[in-house]
Design a protein around this ligand. Structure first.
Ligand SMILES: [Zn+2]
Length: 203
């Protein structure tokens, strides 16, 4: 199956997908910052496909997704999480996760130049399964970031219960928490309690 789509972007933007989309995808399995309870934002195959459709990554309107597709989507998400964690923690990722990400990338849609009414635009040609294609495209920005971006700016929230993935855009590059109001203050309160305890013990 080969379908062709013109990107809904001005010429020169060959990737409509950004690193934020990659992180949004990883964060669709969101942990409660207070107790670490996982909150699944892709609870069904239908909703998972919808997540990609909303971002223009799947064009098919009537794509029938199965439980197996959902498993595949979640497995790629878990692999992306592991690889991101490994980058942030300066360690080697699990080989199975790395392998999964690399296999995902191989399904990537080909980028092509197309003639537009006012110049040259960028399109992409889908050559296979639309879900594999979407997974490849949502993985791509992480590769771009590692290749020519600022991978030292990738962050995993310092609250171990939360572990929200984000990009540190702060000037100093020392952002540690996904959100100061929730995880940051939580850490501060915990430190305060620990200090009070230590003070009481010392008395
Ligand atoms: Zn957090």
């Amino acid at each position: 199956m080969t379908t062709f789509h013109l990107e809904q972007r001005p010429a020169g933007h060959d990737h409509g997908v950004q690193l934020d989309d990659t992180f949004d995808f990883i964060n669709t399995l969101e942990n409660d910052a207070n107790d670490g309870t996982p909150n699944e934002h892709l609870p069904s195959a239908e909703q998972a496909v919808q997540w990609f459709t909303e971002r223009g990554l799947i064009h098919a309107d009537s794509l029938e997704a199965s439980e197996k597709d959902l498993e595949r989507i979640r497995a790629v998400r878990a692999a992306l999480r592991e690889v991101t964690d490994a980058v942030v923690e300066s360690r080697a990722p699990k080989p199975s996760s790395l392998d999964r990400v690399n296999r995902t990338l191989r399904a990537r849609a080909a980028t092509e130049l197309v003639a537009g009414p006012d110049g040259v635009g960028i399109g992409h040609r889908h050559v296979g399964d639309p879900i594999n294609d979407a997974l490849a495209r949502v993985t791509e920005p992480l590769v771009q970031e590692l290749a020519s971006g600022n991978p030292e700016r990738l962050r995993v929230c310092a609250n171990d219960l939360c572990r929200w993935v984000f990009y540190d855009e702060s000037r100093a590059g020392q952002r540690r928490w996904c959100d100061m109001a929730s995880c940051g203050n939580r850490a501060k309160a915990a430190r305060r309690r620990a200090r009070q305890k230590a003070a009481q013990a010392a008395e």
